[in-house]
Ligand binder design. Sequence first.
Ligand code: NDP
Length: 285
Amino acid sequence: MSENYKDELVGVFGHPVAENPTIIMQEAAFEAKNLKWRYLTIEVMPEDLETAVDGIRAMNMRGMNLTIPHKVEVLKYLDRIMPDAGLIGAVNTIRNEDGILIGENTDGKGFMRSLRDDAGFDSSGKEFVILGAGGAARAIGVELAIAGAGRITVVNRTESRGEELARLINEKTDAEAVFVKWEPGFSISVSTDVLVNATSIGLYPDVDAEPDIDYSCIKDNMIVCDVIPNPPYTPFLERAAEAGAVTLNGLGMLVYQGAIGFKMWTGVDAPVEVMHDALAEVFKG
Ligand code: NDP
């Protein structure tokens, strides 16, 4: 029998990238599924992105993740962009199909899967409040709108960014979106079904920070979600849990977006628990 010494290659382009822990969950998944695949953490400077993307083709790499600062810039170097990634305006995952590089965005999809699989929640016709209007908020807002969300309220500190996201949802999808400028002690409407913190408030090492909202508005019939993966349980989620709300954390979302990428690349269902445990171990440290 002939030997196969060749690994299939995927990875992440970023700058800075050294602290990106995705390798831990993807390599754990390859091992669990007995796949001869490798995940590489690769430092790519902004001015080298085009050459690096050509390198994916040249080396027949099977795909790539993109992180800061490449998620938007990479669009112009790809052969195809999936419609949702085009609307979001950012690509975090490339898959290489016979030399054709296809841009995907799995961030919002990871959030949707967490809502569906962990909370058993059907988004169609429901009311959402999203705090933030950056990359994570755009990904979540667009996927929610595509999935048939009823009304999405975008709450953001910087008006122009918030207005742009609400306009995008109203003009390009069937969902209804409104923008509200974020004032201290922001009050959430009682008709809200799901509240999402899609800001970077609370991310390690700023672990005591929490969004400035009126926490007495959180009710026990709401689902409250945070995109912050580290620490998985933020003060925001702890206060929501105290109010009796169901909570979903950013670690779950991060694992699911990685699991969706794993399936896109390998065609194999991802071992979600293995990936979750591997990453939780890193964040514990
Ligand atoms: P961006 O920089 O694009 O956006 C940050 C958002 O947070 C903006 O809306 C910004 O408001 C808001 N914000 C930041 N600080 C404050 C503050 N003190 N008060 C009010 N608003 C504030 O970042 P991303 O959207 O790319 O990332 C946001 C977070 O999402 C990060 O922590 C990241 O780790 C996490 N993330 C998690 C993922 C997961 O799978 N769990 C996936 C992707 C991201 P303004 O516009 O006014 O500046």
